[in-house]
Design a binder for this molecule. Sequence first.
Ligand code: FAD
Length: 418
Amino acid sequence: MSHPDTTSYWQATYPIAPLGQALPAEVDLAVVGGGVLGAATAYFAACGGARVALLEQKGVAWGASGRNGGFITEGAALSYTSAIKRFGRDTARAIWQVTCENRALARQIIGEERLDCWYREAGNLKFSLSESELAEDTANVAAMEADGFGAEMLTRAQTQALVGTALGPMIRGARYASYAGLVHSTRLVGGLAAAAQTRGAALVEASVTRIEHGKVTTTAGAIKAGAVVIAANAWISQLVPDTRDIILPVRGQALSYAPTAPVFGPGMGAAVTPTGEYWQQTLDGSIVIGGARAVRPDKDVGALRHDTTDDVQQGIEAVLPALFPALPPLQVTRRWAGPMAFTPDYVPLADHAPGEPNIWFAGGFCGHGMPFGLIFGKLLAQAALGGDVHQLARFGWAGLVDVGKVGQVGCDQVWSGG
Ligand SMILES: Cc1cc2nc3c(=O)[nH]c(=O)nc-3n(C[C@H](O)[C@H](O)[C@H](O)COP(=O)(O)OP(=O)(O)OC[C@H]3O[C@@H](n4cnc5c(N)ncnc54)[C@H](O)[C@@H]3O)c2cc1C
């Protein structure tokens, strides 16, 4: 049975103020989409003194950014060793470096703007559930350490010390990133959008239907814009049709459990099903957990939907009892789904729209938008307003590999929170 469109734990525990209704006549930059990327882009552009309008069809953090796991890790959706194999070591290192800059930027902006978003660098544990996974995780840690990205392998006993309930027999050890961040997603995105507004950005409820010749047409009227950044992730192909076969929507599902005594300090991930699961215990003691796409035959690739399904929800509910048999029964408080967007090479795409030097876009974060959202927002704001674009270049059309393998998008990737 399918449940109707659902509100996430983050959206329910931090409702964001409604958007304005009045469009300015003319801006330097129009940003389409009010998720983490759009809010960050509007914030950095407004900080630079530009006249900015953020145009969002439903509400700030209504999309994936308000429905996710709240992990701000480092790296892309594929493992570091897979990235080296696929792109070569220099490119893999450069991609990871961008996400390290994202973390530094998140820390800086959250501090400067005093964003009360429950940000903490509580670390990230990715459990190894078999000998072969243990070997893979060990190889990953070695490759990351060799390139200066901190990570360590923990034995089962060391792992147990970081978890407040007995580990089940499946857990052999874990990859640990002590610096990884956790956040309350809507508090972060709502705070960023409000900070952009304080610096003069207009936040408007408007669905963008067309962008051409410096004119942005929306359901709330038209606006003249010197440049446009499209931050619509799973919806991008509606505005940049050339991304249709490259950035595919993928439904992700999650649920929250009622507050319990502290059990999980770090963010955690494991591949109980092949596409992976992830969870964090929030500051009010609730547990937010998602994943289990693999229980559906199509793994929900191509689904731009917000309804939940019983098979995935049951898959998610099976995870913690399987890994931690001593955990007392947990009570589900909310269930939700959200639209992720995947690329064939598991690295986001960011560039200007073909033939449109003043229209920029970024998307296809493959369930890992938080490690890119702030830094991409800063780089896109710079690019769209005529600044330096070299750091974005490796995420452009030219850097995209394996386009022919689009059919495999999202089918085998493990979301491990790191
Ligand atoms: C269940 C789930 C768990 C996840 N867990 C994590 C995690 O823990 N860590 C992590 O890094 N990532 C996670 N992700 C992925 C992450 O949430 C996304 O990568 C990230 O939020 C993308 O941000 P965005 O701003 O690009 O897109 P979104 O947040 O999806 O924002 C796009 C916005 O554009 C708006 N929009 C679309 N079309 C139009 C239009 N025509 N006009 C106006 N507005 C429009 C939408 O309404 C939407 O609000 C998860 C995703 C899901 C669904």
